[in-house]
Write a protein that binds this ligand. Structure first.
Ligand code: ACK
Length: 323
């Protein structure tokens, strides 16, 4: 790959409307890294009309990234632009494509990912529904996100958990209305912003789900297959309905304060396990009505699963009452 190839790719994505002046962006500390690249915290001057400076998250790729990796980041940028803004999704604030490095500037979520947040907030002595997977990996570490929030000290109630379910469903309803399928909905891909607002992240990522690595156990013990519907798992058929299945696993994660799904089932046994009709059990604090909803979302036959519009309706009624 030559310099020329890369700059041609970048310039084909150039959009004046979205471009942010590089000099007004200060890149701060690293908050996340993965196969995709790096996420930094940063400060952007004048990016929002509401304030002089805004704390932002900056997504970028390694210095030695391949043209393909750069293009994936630019594709993510296009999807984010196409999707637009909703309170329950991480929105795009701008991008820098002019300099030597492509950077996506997105909303900053101060509490980090929902899974680790729930684990940090797990009430002492909380009994997991047969899914205890050892001490949570963040228990002894201070999170890299600053938590001196309004509400950080307050324990989570069942209503808070149900609000997380509702907010993520609202974000997904919006995403689907924009013809975007997530394909990797899980608590690790939901971020928590100020005032405990859930925001769906990484919906624009290009994912090669046909790759074998996706089926292998990840180094941190998470097995992505456990969020995948049977038809996604075996026919690579991703749709709004496979997102609904993943959502049922997400709700289960929320109600168990970040429990690990099917801890005793090996990834390669999962399909048979599900086909035989086995599912996870009802978390202790999960109300019956909500568990019925979860069960409808993990119906084997995809056409019988509800839409996110219907899920939102049910949750809204349960949380706020029908009036
Ligand atoms: O809990 P975390 O630090 O929160 O772990 C992940 C990590 O980067 C890899 O995705 C963090 N992260 C990603 N995007 C954002 C964002 N927009 N705001 C705050 N943290 C983010 C995430």
């Amino acid at each position: 790959p030559t310099e020329g190839t890369i700059s041609t790719i970048i310039s084909s994505y150039y959009d004046d409307q979205c471009e942010f002046i590089r000099e007004n962006l200060t890149v701060g500390h690293l908050i996340g890294k993965g196969a995709f690249g790096f996420v930094y915290q940063g400060i952007a001057k004048g990016i929002s009309p509401k304030e002089k400076v805004t704390t932002v998250a900056i997504k970028t790729v390694q210095d030695d990234a391949s043209p393909e990796e750069i293009e994936n980041l630019l594709k993510e940028l296009s999807v984010m632009k196409m999707v637009g803004k909703h309170v329950n999704i991480i929105s795009l604030l701008g991008c820098c494509t002019k300099g030597d490095q492509v950077m996506l500037i997105v909303e900053y979520a101060k509490h980090g990912n929902l899974r680790d947040y729930l684990r940090r907030k797990r009430p002492p002595g909380h009994v997991l529904s047969g899914s205890y997977e050892g001490p949570s990996d963040t228990d002894s570490n201070e999170p890299s996100h600053t938590i001196n929030d309004d509400d950080a000290a307050r324990p989570l109630t069942t209503v808070d958990l149900l609000l997380f379910c509702f907010q993520t469903a609202s974000g997904m309803e919006y995403l689907h209305s924009k013809k975007c399928i997530h394909r990797d909905l899980a608590a690790r891909n939901v971020l928590l912003a100020e005032n405990r607002i859930c925001k769906i992240a990484d919906f624009g990522l290009a994912r090669d789900l046909t790759q074998l690595y996706y089926y292998r156990k990840q180094t941190d013990g998470r097995v992505p297959v456990k969020w995948m519907s049977p038809e996604a798992l075996f026919d690579r058929k991703f749709s709004t309905k496979s997102d609904v299945w993943s959502y049922s696993i997400l709700v289960w994660e929320i109600m168990t304060y970040g429990g690990t799904p099917y801890p005793s089932i090996a990834a390669e046994k999962l399909f048979d396990y599900l086909r035989e009709g086995n599912r996870m059990s009802q978390p202790i604090n999960c109300p019956n009505e909500i568990f019925h909803l979860v069960e409808s979302c993990w119906t084997f036959k995809e056409s019988l699963r509800p839409t996110f519009a219907r899920i939102c309706e049910i949750l809204r009624e349960y949380i706020y009452g029908s009036s």
